[in-house]
Design a binder for this molecule. Sequence first.
Ligand SMILES: Cc1ncc(COP(=O)(O)O)c(C=O)c1O
Length: 308
Amino acid sequence: MLDTHSIMYITKRPEVMMTLGEGSWLTDNNGKKYLDFMQGWAVNCLGHSNLGMIEALNKQARKVFNPSPAFYNEPMIRLADLLTSHSNFDKVFFANSGAEANEGAIKLARKWGQLHKNNAFEIITFDHSFHGRTLATMSASGKPGWDTMFAPQVPGFPKADLNDLESVKKLINKNTVAVMLEPIQGEGGVIPTTIEFMRDLRALTKKLGILLIVDEVQSGCGRTGRLFGHQLSGIEPDIMTLGKGIGGGVPLSALLCTDAVASFVPGDQGGTYNGNPLMCAVGISVIEQLTAPGFLESVQEKGAISSL
Ligand SMILES: Cc1ncc(COP(=O)(O)O)c(C=O)c1O
């Protein structure tokens, strides 16, 4: 029996410790090997112990861990450039978790609403969606039972039905500032949006001057065979969040937006570890590997096999 009495109980775990990760395999403290289908909860997009990531981490660790977010650092700038060069976005803020990136997206949309839409603040989200475990992101999520769990919720997140444009239209009013969705609902049961719905939603939000936010914490970073899931429908959202895969196993997430939406001023947004060079160095290695010639094509080929 493991002595785990100091660990706060939040979930039931098996009576083993994982001690080694190699590619698709995990090994526990008894030497038992497991073929790892979870990969860190949809995080390790390059498997365990990827050599490029290890090298990037080692190299950066010998330079500087944490100059503080008050300064620029090289990995932060390079990773932001990489992400904007592979998307329609212009600006990037780095954070540590998907929930934190989504909190940033919610704040950014509300800020934009204060400046450009007469203080509109409501963000339409979807039934069965999942956006994280902070109070605001739990309120944005459409997970059954979460509305009462830590009541009262943060207000301003009416829920529509996925792939049903009429249900979105019904919720739009003068307070609506944005619509936020996962291009593929992950925790909700791997439910994809249709290309038609994404295109219609983009057209509708554009026409009404409402922001479109895509939460690509789970659908981003190569998992759909495109670098970002919304690229399957060819739309250009206003805001995107990334998490999980962008760090390939280290705590890194990102909030991206277009120039037109970037409206934070000093004091609005921050966080001790934002743009941490150790994490961003790993993120560069991940994105460079995902965008290397042939990589995403190989994901598409494997996807075609698994859907046979
Ligand atoms: C779509 C989506 N958004 C946000 C999150 C929250 O990310 P994190 O657990 O890193 O806070 C998750 C996690 O599963 C997710 O799937």
